[in-house]
Design a protein around this ligand. Structure first.
Ligand SMILES: *Cc1c(COP(=O)(O)O)cnc(C)c1O
Length: 410
């Protein structure tokens, strides 16, 4: 069905939007630019400032005694994120940065499959994923197979299957590609990995909070993702990690810290990790960050992933239709999957003047999107706080700026 790209239709869609009132839960300067970069840094919920002030008050009052409560936060908030990503209680914890979790989980997987010496990744993946795998492969003398795929369409199950054999210890890929927004067939890849006895580590940084995800149901072994994109946890918020329940006692991560230790406060002589998800913790919980993550995901948990994903799909479809209509005649082309069902929470629009367009849109206070090399404007209409009319207006601004810049590369 053709999408109506008129401003009137967008206004009507906003009036009928069951999530419309969620926007008021976020701190938004309505005179500011249209923000379509929540996939890089989500907006702050209004409640975050109060939650952080309360935490500082607790700290002031209770001092060291506060740890009696704070100590459980990595698992408590982990379970709350678990609701959004299809994990059972006890399978998710908050710890470290995504990069560090990728390292911990990838090494744990390689150690568990020690007889195998190949790691499979995606040549189009977010740099930190490739760098971490490159470092692990170098340290272990393992072979890193980085698969080439179409930058817009993303990796297919077939492309991954073609790279699998009984030498592969680990497949580490992203659920949604950071540039194109291409959604991986997670269940298909997990099944293929299982068939050859390899472990799957999924980076969900651009997936969690944006598209439906069922880590348990899909049969994913390990996952991690950041909390500051669609989860609104704030700059540098601690990341989450997932370890399938039956793997927890069997895997051992390489950073042997006291937060994974059995009877942590007996301060024993040697490392003897617990057998549950705490085994994947390292050092002291980032309590300030955890408090902000909890406030960041509260609105998402309240409305549920199904409603969020449904609105997200509608906004991305509207963005694609508006782009096709207004930006294609100006030399832009969609650099996201051709199949709408394989699109995540953001779209990539390729244009020779992408870099200048993104700068100009921000400098004029019109639209905040971002530029990704070589020629991509990335726009994310995040469901919880973006209106249909924002999408229509933003594409209008992009069109004006592209018309002004022309289509010759500067
Ligand atoms: C944003 C992002 C990260 C971020 O890693 P940090 O360690 O939190 O900086 C990692 N992986 C992917 C795929 C991302 O998109």
């Amino acid at each position: 069905m053709a999408v109506d790209t008129s401003r009137e239709a967008a206004r009507a869609a906003d009036a009928a939007d069951p999530l419309a009132d969620q926007r008021a839960l976020f701190a938004i300067d309505e005179s500011g630019p249209i923000y379509l970069d929540g996939n890089s840094l989500g907006r702050p919920p209004r409640a975050t400032a109060g939650a952080l002030a309360d935490l500082v008050a607790e700290w002031t009052r209770d001092l060291i005694g506060g740890w009696g409560r704070w100590i459980d936060l990595p698992r408590v908030v982990g379970d709350e994120i678990g609701e959004l990503v299809g994990a059972a209680p006890g399978e998710v914890a908050i710890s470290d940065a995504t990069t560090v979790n990728l390292y911990k989980l990838a090494v744990a997987a390689c150690d568990a499959n020690a007889g195998r010496s190949v790691i499979v990744g995606d040549a189009e993946d977010f740099p930190t994923v490739r760098y971490v795998l490159e470092g692990i492969a170098a340290a272990r003398g393992a072979e890193l197979r980085l698969l080439k795929s179409d930058p817009a369409e993303g990796l297919s199950v077939e492309e991954i299957v073609a790279a699998l054999d009984d030498e592969v210890a680990l497949v580490c890929v992203s659920g949604v590609n950071y540039r194109s927004g291409a959604v991986l067939d997670v269940a298909g890849v997990a099944a293929a990995c299982r068939q050859v006895g390899t472990l799957l580590l999924l980076d969900c940084s651009h997936m969690a909070g944006a598209v439906p995800l069922d880590l348990d149901g899909a049969g994913v072994d390990l996952a991690t993702g950041c909390s500051y994109k669609y989860l609104n946890g704030g700059p540098g918020a601690p990341a989450w990690l997932y370890v399938r329940a039956e793997l927890q006692a069997r895997l051992r991560q390489p950073v042997w810290g006291w937060w994974g230790q059995r009877d942590q406060f007996t301060m024993g002589p040697g490392y003897d990790p617990v057998e549950d998800i705490d085994r994947f913790l390292t050092g002291s919980a980032a309590v300030l960050g955890l408090t902000a993550v909890r406030a960041g995901i509260a609105p998402l948990r309240a409305v549920g992933m199904t409603a969020l994903a449904e609105k997200g799909r509608a906004l991305v479809a509207l963005l694609a239709a508006c782009s096709e209509e207004r930006l294609s005649p100006l030399g832009a082309r969609l650099a996201s999957p051709s199949d709408p069902l394989r699109r995540g929470g953001h779209l990539a629009i390729a244009h020779p003047r992408a870099r200048d367009a993104v700068s100009l849109l921000a400098a004029r206070g019109l639209v905040v999107g971002d530029f990704r090399t070589p020629d991509v404007i990335r726009l994310a209409p995040v469901a919880i706080y973006t209106r249909h009319v924002d999408v229509v207006d933003a594409v209008g601004h992009v069109a004006d700026v592209l018309a002004e810049l022309g289509s010759t590369r500067s």
